[in-house]
Design a protein around this ligand. Sequence first.
Ligand code: NAP
Ligand code: GLV
Length: 317
Amino acid sequence: MSTPPIPSSPILFHAPKLSQDLWLTALRDALSPRSVVTWEAVEDPVAIDTLISAREVAEVLPHLPNLRTLVNLTAGIDYLVPLEIPESVAVHRLIDAGMGAQMAEYALHWAIHFQRDFDRYSATTRAGVWTRLTYRPPGDLHCGVLGLGVLGTQVAERLRDAGFSVSGWSRSPRIVSGVQCLSGAESLERFLSETEILVNLLPGTAETRGILNGARLDGLPKGAVVINLGRGSTLLLDDLLNRLDAGHLRAAVLDVTDPEPPPSGHPVWTHPRVFLTPHVSAQTQIGPAVAVVAEIIAAKERGEEGVGRVSDLTRGY
Ligand code: NAP
Ligand code: GLV
């Protein structure tokens, strides 16, 4: 069988907030002999059929009438949904690309933080109090992972391997060994009622917007912790702060907020029981991400679909 010819058109890389030198070098190494150019170097936008981009897709999309493939350098695609990308464009998102391990590490760190009462010791020792709390082994604490996709599954497995009791919740039924898997709206209340450490890895969609509202937070056991790693839009911050101040929730870890960053002066910046990080729980890393991009583009050149194809953009993830 003859190999299809390598397309002659350059691949457009448009992600101005990423380090241009590092990304271009890595992409050119991996995608050679295809050339990779930035927007400033595009001579004929009509010839561009492949775009590698992050959150700035909208800046170039209207100028690319013959675009066929968009490789998105993030796992979440919420910001692509409003762009009305034509159906003729195959949209790909990053599947794992090194993010699962980072996410699992981040979640495990915080699960142990609360299991070992480091938050409480920090408060007591700062107040000059030398007192010991009873040790609780991880198996005595129940972690619940909202979203059992590529990242949520790895988080659930890592917590399970560390000895925590773990359940997970998703839209459709999933099987993860050693993890109690629940699915569908009807099981959410039960899932929350058993969860002492909630790790949210739901995508930001119309359906998940505000899913963690006051009523659902009230459904968590008293003293529960909320760790939001998915999208800020899923969690109502005012409701969260109310439950923290009322003593229903023990603490919150927020890697994502809505908006991002939170407005200046917003209480989440300084609340003593909110731990805030700037959307870093799983960052896109050049090496693994470029390897996935190269795999997708090579698959396209063989006439195959390639990994991470988003089958229905309107679903939102
Ligand atoms: P994924 O593989 O698409 O998994 C999404 C999971 O959420 C699936 O289990 C899905 O259910 C579930 N889900 C979606 N909508 C739902 C609904 N309405 N009700 C119940 N479950 C629902 O995505 P991923 O690669 O794991 O990434 C998850 C999210 O993490 C991304 O969308 C992004 O927002 C976020 N993220 C954050 C960072 C960060 O640094 N903070 C980094 C990367 C990603 P099904 O299994 O039934 O489809
Ligand atoms: C980061 O938030 C991502 O979606 O990859």
